[in-house]
Design a protein around this ligand. Sequence first.
Ligand code: GDP
Length: 467
Amino acid sequence: PSLEYEVLRRRIRNNVQEMWYYMNAELKKLKKNSDALTNGQVENYVEISLKNIWEHKKSLIMDIDRLTKADGYDAWREKEAKDLSDLVQRRFRALQNPSDCNKAKKLICSLNKGCGFGCQIHHVTYCFLVAYGTERTLILKSKGWRYHKEGWESVFKPVSDTCTSTSGTSHANWPGDPSKQVLSLPIVDTVYPKPKFQPPSVPADLAHRLERLHGHPLVWWVGQVLKYLMRPHDNTKTLLDYSKEKLGFKKPIVGIHVRRTDKVGTEAAYHDIDEYMVKVEQYFDQLETKPDVKRVFIASDDPKVITTARNRYPNYEIIGDPEIAETASVAKRYSDSSLRGIIVDIHLLSLSDYLVCTFSSQVCRVAYELMQTHYPDAYDRFASLDDVYYYGGQNSHPHVAILDHIPRRSGELELKVGDPVDVQGNHWDGYSKGRNTRTNTGGLFPSFKIKNPVEAVEFPKYQNVPL
Ligand code: GDP
């Protein structure tokens, strides 16, 4: 290891200790003096402590990022990310372009799910994963798509260059049997039995490498499917480049997605733009080299969000296209212009250095998944104001306790190392809520006491595709 690495490593350890000394002493002082202090004094005291704790945390994060640069593995990370991506993209191309389409096994998927763009992209991704897992070429039926009657190919490259016919000598509905040439797959909401190849499964033959490379292998894997599926048509590519230029999208930049209109009050809570901007401010504050301009890209289905942010935050450069947001309203949503708008917004969000959004929205989850294709490991380049990342309709996937927890307050959950825990949500305050399925009880527990294990499942190995 380099001198820098060893020095930083010790510095991080010392400063975790220092942070503890500080918090311990401050809280004790507060306890001891609680009777003597006025409310105003307590407020002031807490305010100062929070600033100091933030500086501690910021310094630790910076040092860990420096440590990552100094550890000598950056070139390896870049190369491994590229090698893995190239490998799976080769396999996807091989699967989708069989030598004889007349004899190929096929999986038919219809782009007719009655939901938004993000939801439909996830629907196609689920179909693709089942196709990959059953070694069947995915045939996408998309004519009459609610976003564009000409279908998928109006904006994206076809999912296959050589095999697009749904015909075959024998047909069946999922699960059918392996001898049938053509299988039709329903939407995930009604599929039975649930395919084991859908998320959170990742192929066992890649799992080990992925776990080493990436902080969230499932998101990497889904991102790779999106990279293949969402290859832009030439016109779309021109539009993406043009929009980037026109809006002045330049790094460093934070992407914000604010989901409003039909989602608020039904599937998600309202979050004021200020809540997003707190996260943006913290991101910029934590950067080692401060940029000259703090640039923010805003995507929303409500154009007012962009104008409000510009008025309230004059010291930021806020870019975004209120006209695109206008096309995202429920009334205009299923149209050609709205389709182009959402593709531009998702693309630019995914190109950002950091994403602030609500993971309850599929728009934001697609952006986060695609973001993984632009970095060796971008698992931590986000702040979600609500849910943790999940894949809609995913197979059940318990987390696992890695530390014991003895409840200290009512409502807390007991954990023993190895307990399976169904996580319902992270409250982003140090605690998560979940159910321990060993004891069959629910409650709150410290988020750091569990891990999200990788669900490695045997998929076909694609041995005829070169490594
Ligand atoms: P969810 O409902 O937020 O989970 O995501 P969906 O993608 O399933 O449905 C929301 C739809 O609203 C999107 O597909 C878009 O058509 C539109 N929409 C939502 N947010 C935005 C945005 O930031 N920009 C644009 N252009 N459209 C949006």
